[in-house]
Design a protein around this ligand. Structure first.
Ligand SMILES: [Zn+2]
Ligand SMILES: [Zn+2]
Length: 247
C-alpha cells in the first residue's frame, strides 16, 4: 500500500532535480546546471585505482601512487570527484536522511562501474559499527549497495563484513593514521560467510567516498583471506589529490 502510494504520488508530483529541487523533465534526474557542476570521472584514468588523468592517453596506464604502492584491491572506480558539488549531495544523502537519493546516486555508480558490475558475483558494502549504525540510523554504503544490486541485477549481502570495533572518525587523520585506525577493525561474519561462500567469487566493495583507501584496503584483506578471487571497489566519489598523474 505504502509503495503503491509512493508510486501514485511520484506520478502526481512534478519531477524535481534531486540536488537543487528545480523542475526537470523526469523523476530521478539532475537539472542542467547541477549536472554540469558535478565532475564525473571518465577515461582516461588509472587502471588500478581510477585516478583521473588530465591528459589524453591511450592504452592502460597506472598512476604514480599505484606504481609505487599497488593497492590491495584489484581495481577501483569512482563516479565523481569529491568536491564541493558532490560533497553537498553526499552529505544531504547521509546526514539529512534523504534516502530517495540512493537510487539516482547508485545509478551514477552503475553507469561508471558497468564493466566491473558485469564481472561481479557479489556486492558487499563497507559496514558501520553497530553502535554507529544506531546513531546514524542507516549505513549509507549498504543503501547504495542495495540500490546498485537492484539496478544491475547483481547479488548483494549487507552483513557479510562486520566492523568489530568502533574506530574514531577518519576525518583529519593522515594516511598512516587512517591505516592504523582501521587495521584489524573488520572481519567476515562467520555465519554470513557460510551462506555466501566467498571462494573464487568476484566481490565488489561499495562505499560512498574513497579518501586514502585505508578502509577498503582493510576490508579487502579480510575478503581475500576468506577466499574471494578478486576484490574491486566502486565508490560514488573519490578524493583527487593533484600530482598523482600517470607514469
Ligand atoms: Zn539542480
Ligand atoms: Zn592509481
Amino acid at each position: 500500500m505504502k509503495r503503491w502510494l509512493g508510486v501514485a504520488l511520484d506520478s502526481l508530483l512534478p519531477p524535481r532535480c534531486y540536488a537543487c529541487g528545480t523542475l526537470v523533465d523526469r523523476q530521478g534526474a539532475l537539472c542542467g546546471p547541477c549536472w554540469s557542476g558535478l565532475h564525473f570521472i571518465t577515461a582516461p584514468s588509472c587502471m588500478r585505482c581510477g585516478y583521473p588523468f588530465e591528459i589524453g592517453l591511450d592504452g592502460h596506464h597506472m598512476c604514480g601512487a599505484c606504481l609505487a604502492h599497488p593497492p590491495a584491491y584489484d581495481r577501483g572506480i569512482s563516479a565523481l570527484v569529491y568536491d564541493d558539488a558532490s560533497r553537498a549531495l553526499i552529505l544531504g544523502f547521509k546526514r539529512a536522511d534523504r534516502l530517495e537519493l540512493a537510487k539516482p546516486l547508485a545509478g551514477l555508480m552503475a553507469q561508471t562501474g558497468r564493466d566491473l558490475l558485469a564481472q561481479t558475483d557479489l556486492i558487499v558494502p563497507v559496514p558501520l559499527h553497530r553502535t554507529r549504525l544506531l546513531s546514524r540510523r542507516f549505513n549509507q554504503s549498504a543503501v547504495l549497495a542495495r540500490a546498485l544490486a537492484q539496478i544491475s541485477g547483481t547479488s548483494w549481502t549487507p552483513f557479510l563484513l562486520e566492523r568489530t570495533r568502533r574506530t574514531p572518525s577518519q576525518g583529519g587523520l593522515s594516511r598512516a593514521e587512517r591505516a592504523r585506525n582501521v587495521r584489524g577493525a573488520f572481519r567476515v561474519q562467520p555465519k554470513a560467510q557460510a551462506a555466501h561462500a566467498l571462494k573464487d567469487k568476484h566481490v565488489l566493495l561499495v562505499d560512498d567516498v574513497l579518501t586514502t583507501g585505508a578502509t577498503v584496503t582493510a576490508c579487502t584483506g579480510v575478503l581475500r583471506k576468506a577466499g574471494a578471487s578478486s576484490i574491486s571497489v566502486l565508490t560514488l566519489a573519490r578524493v583527487v589529490t593533484p600530482g598523482q598523474g600517470p607514469i
